[in-house]
Design a protein around this ligand. Structure first.
Ligand SMILES: [Zn+2]
Length: 255
């Protein structure tokens, strides 16, 4: 690949922006998970599930109509996720977090791979597929027995659902507020592996830019955001981020 050589040498001004940064926001999307072998939403449907469209399963209406079907689908997806591991891109973000003054990580992914890579505090825009919650509002609740699908809340007997944001649902206000607060104070914003087509996630990058932040995109493909970026690092995050972190380390060591 002709572009491999360019990736090794980052623009000095980019490294300076990272060294001088007071607050970096990193937003990751499905590309980051795909590099761990987690298929993107649309490619995920195989075997028994191939006949269903994800859009017809990941909705409150689908759960109301057929809770067992939706519950079983999520269990299947959890098993897919549990067989994967964080990739070098996830690990590099965890390393970057320790290297800079402040870093806020926002992800559109629901697989918890950032936490497994060492980022304890992640703003999960769309929830976490490994977590569940009571449909009647009990946030952290036990599950009655362990064989029923869907499981039932230990406290009230209501159905337990995955703690994710479904189509037609809003991002929880507290999550959105935390993300906005971070974006408003950041001076560097990374958009990594996100197609930048889902709102309001895509809008965060432009908001950061409006507030004067340096906008950096890491993606193998162009996105609607590409033209607005100050730096475009074309390629998979697992290839680019470890090199960027090591370039930053070398600069910091010599400072
Ligand atoms: Zn309950």
């Amino acid at each position: 690949m002709g572009s491999d050589r360019e990736i090794d040498v980052f623009p000095p001004a980019l490294i300076d922006a990272l060294v001088d940064s007071r607050h970096i926001v990193v937003m990751t999307g499905s590309g980051t998970s795909a590099e761990s072998g987690i298929p993107t939403f649309r490619d995920a449907q195989t075997g028994l599930w191939a006949k269903y469209r994800p859009e017809d399963l990941a909705t409150p209406e689908a759960f109301a109509r057929n809770p067992q079907l939706v519950s079983d689908w999520y269990e299947w997806r959890r098993q897919l996720v549990s067989k994967t591991d964080p990739n070098p891109g996830h690990t590099a973000i965890a390393a970057l977090t320790k290297l800079v003054k402040q870093l806020t990580l926002i992800t559109q992914n629901v697989d918890g791979l950032h936490q497994r890579a060492g980022n304890d505090d992640v703003i999960e825009f769309h929830g976490n597929i490994m977590l569940s919650r009571c449909t009647d509002g009990h946030p952290a609740t036990g599950i009655q027995g362990d064989t029923e699908s869907p499981p039932r809340c230990e406290q009230c007997g209501a159905m337990i659902r995955p703690a994710v944001v479904w189509f037609g649902e809003s991002i929880p206000a507290a999550v959105l507020q935390r993300a906005l607060a971070a974006v408003e104070t950041c001076d560097v914003f990374f958009a990594i592996g996100t197609s930048a087509q889902v709102q309001p996630a895509a809008g965060l990058a432009l908001l950061a830019k409006q507030n004067g932040a340096t906008l950096i995109e890491i993606n193998p493909a162009e996105t609607p955001l590409t033209d607005d970026c100050d730096y475009i690092l074309k390629g998979p995050s697992g290839a680019i981020l470890p090199k960027l972190v090591s370039a930053l380390k070398q600069t910091s060591d010599h400072a």
